[in-house]
Design a protein around this ligand. Structure first.
Ligand code: OXD
Ligand code: MN
Length: 600
């Protein structure tokens, strides 16, 4: 059994994997819409998925995962670089030879009774100077059609790869071989979390995943390639692979600015990327909702592409209030995973803004009524939907040259201390703010730490492919290469400040456009700010709050420097910095000391 492409090294790799995994068949994906539909139909016909009521949700399907397989598994995510110290304090490390030997034993014969799919894919527009190619081998048809939505796949990518192009090797298996005549599970996987592996071999630019069919564990283009492996490529080649949305903001005068933004999971990145501004005359369009790859252009500015072609968003909480554009988009041509099925063949989820149905089938496939104790949709239920169908997609979202970035937002979910918006004093101060970002964990992604705050530099903590200290140094080096006036300004934002009684001080969602407005006014040189020990904050009258009800007291708190809280923060930053050992960039240590002095 073999596949003959024009690329000898690709053929050899496919052969090697087929000999190890022993599939019944090999199939090379062509990337056509017909192929996409065939993959879905085959699963639906076998009872492994549901075609939704096409009058209500045309082109939409529902899949249910195994209850053990609902999110990324950080504790089973490994960075297997040659030297342990290069993985750094934030990653799980196993020696590559040992990890390979252990995983080969599980991969042996793991695709028996299944077809092995070969998916050539491009991250970014095919042929762009910022794009890169990967090939994913998988035994999951669910992965094939999701990859079709999330990336550019198929024959055109193979053409681009030519006879000897570089590609990232991505191997995935659900880890459930089928015996002769055995009926497949609805969602085959390895149910024991401790037997799943999401492994990265940085020196070989290679990813091996087994045991999970869900999201970032299985769609290896996303977190595994576009952040962890691409992060290493970016370090080595002098660019940035970041966990950032990209949006286009146009003011009433018709001037457009491109803004990138790093926020940890569950902080509303997708909502921000597709936001409907509440200030008249302002417009937001979407370039990307999760990942940005940025390189310097000939003019010395940073240009970004969205390496993905689709959105893999959290469904619960998506409503006409939180994200009207996403809500509208997912009414058609969308794959849903782990939401509830209503009796009329539609879907429902908590936080949809639609009254709960009297009866539904929940994400586990059980009867559900509003009296049920369990949620109808899993909190990490997802939609997969093509970016091109987003109602506010920016016309230039696939521009192979990327878009020039004027500002970078960073921010987490913090109840206290961090103001609504804070402009960094210069590039290194911005990197310092990026290094201290943190978020209170609320997502279902990390099942064992809900409620704690963790420092999550540039929202990359779960997605780092190497030492976090070296990563922060890479950011500093990027700045040193550029002329300061060409670099984007960095803004630390926090939509999640709470009063003592627990109320949110800032309305968020579309009203975040008011903060974006101040940011572009700063870039244009008209926005008013006061210089404070922590950075430049808006003057109280500088944020446009016309037409919304934010009390004067709340606004004061949103724009205050809480000295006591910052002094406590410094102690905790210092503690966190210790974990980087001698890889903490000296520039960041200096920034911390400067902050301490300014606060004294
Ligand atoms: C995501 C995440 O799914 O960051 O994008 O967890
Ligand atoms: Mn993400």
């Amino acid at each position: 059994m073999s596949i003959n492409t024009k690329h000898a090294a690709l053929n050899a790799w496919i052969k090697e994997i087929a000999e190890m995994c022993e599939p019944d068949d090999i199939y090379l994906c062509d990337g056509t819409q017909e192929e996409y539909q065939r993959m879905i139909d085959t699963m639906v016909d076998a009872g492994l998925g549901t075609k939704l009521n096409q009058d209500k949700k045309p082109g939409c399907y529902l899949f249910r995962s195994d209850p053990s397989d609902v999110a990324r598994v950080e504790k089973r995510t490994f960075i297997a670089c040659e030297k342990e110290e290069d993985a750094g304090p934030t990653n799980n490390w196993i020696a590559p030879d040992k990890l390979k030997a252990d995983m080969k034993a599980i991969y042996k014969g793991c695709m028996k009774g299944r077809t092995m799919y070969v998916i050539p894919f491009s991250m970014g527009p095919i042929g762009s100077f910022i794009s890169k190619i990967g090939v994913e081998i998988t035994d999951s048809p669910y992965v094939v059609f999701n990859m079709k939505i999330m990336t550019r796949i198929g024959t055109a990518v193979l053409e681009q790869l030519g006879t000897d192009g570089d590609f990232v090797r991505c191997l995935h298996s659900v880890g459930k071989p089928l015996a002769e005549g055995e009926k497949d599970a609805k969602w085959p996987c390895i149910p024991n979390v401790d037997e799943k592996y999401i492994s990265h071999f940085p020196e070989e630019r290679m990813i091996w995943s087994i045991g999970s069919g869900y999201g970032g564990n299985a769609l290896l283009s996303k977190k595994c390639f576009a952040l962890r492996i691409a992060g290493i490529q970016a370090r080595d080649e002098g660019w940035l692979a970041e966990h950032m949305l990209i949006l286009k903001l146009t003011n009433p005068e018709g001037q457009s600015y491109y803004v990138a933004g790093a926020f940890p999971s569950a902080c509303g990145k997708t909502n921000l990327a597709m936001m409907k501004p509440t200030i008249p005359g302002w417009k937001v369009e979407t370039v990307g909702d999760d990942i940005a790859w940025m390189r310097f252009g000939d003019d010395g500015r940073l240009y970004a592409i969205n390496p993905e072609a689709g959105f893999f968003g959290v469904v619960p909480g998506t409503s006409m209030t939180s994200n009207p554009n996403a809500f509208t988009q997912i009414q058609a041509d969308t794959v849903y995973t782990n939401v509830a099925l209503t009796d009329d063949g539609d879907v429902w989820w908590e936080g949809s803004g639609i009254p709960a149905p009297a009866h539904a089938i929940d994400w586990k496939g059980n009867d559900w009524t509003p009296d049920s104790k369990e949620p109808a949709a899993h909190p990490n239920a997802r939609f997969t939907t093509p970016a091109a169908l987003c109602p506010v997609i920016a016309p230039e979202w696939e521009d192979p040259n990327g878009v020039p970035i004027s500002a970078i937002l960073i921010g987490g979910r913090r109840k206290t201390t961090i103001p609504l918006v804070n402009e960094s004093l210069d590039w290194n101060h911005g990197i310092f703010l990026g290094s201290i970002m943190g978020s209170e964990i609320t997502t279902a992604d990390i099942t064992d730490k809900v409620g704690q705050v963790r420092r999550d530099p540039f929202a990359m903590l779960p997605f780092m492919g190497y030492h976090m200290g070296d990563y922060l140094k890479h950011w500093i080096d990027i700045g040193a290469k550029a002329s300061a006036d060409k670099l984007p300004k960095i803004y630390f934002v926090n939509w999640f400040r709470k009063g003592e009684d627990g109320h949110f001080m800032w309305p968020g969602f579309g009203d975040n456009s008011r903060v974006l407005k101040w940011i572009v006014e700063r870039i244009a040189g008209t926005g008013k700010a006061v210089s404070t020990p922590i950075g430049n904050l808006p003057t109280p009258d500088a944020i446009d709050i016309s037409g919304i009800s934010v009390s004067a007291d709340d606004l004061d708190h949103l724009l205050e420097v809480d000295k006591e809280a910052w002094i406590a923060e410094i102690a905790s930053i210092r503690e966190n910095y210790k974990s980087y050992g001698d890889r903490l960039p000296k520039e960041l240590d200096e920034e911390l000391s400067k902050l301490e002095k300014r606060l004294a």
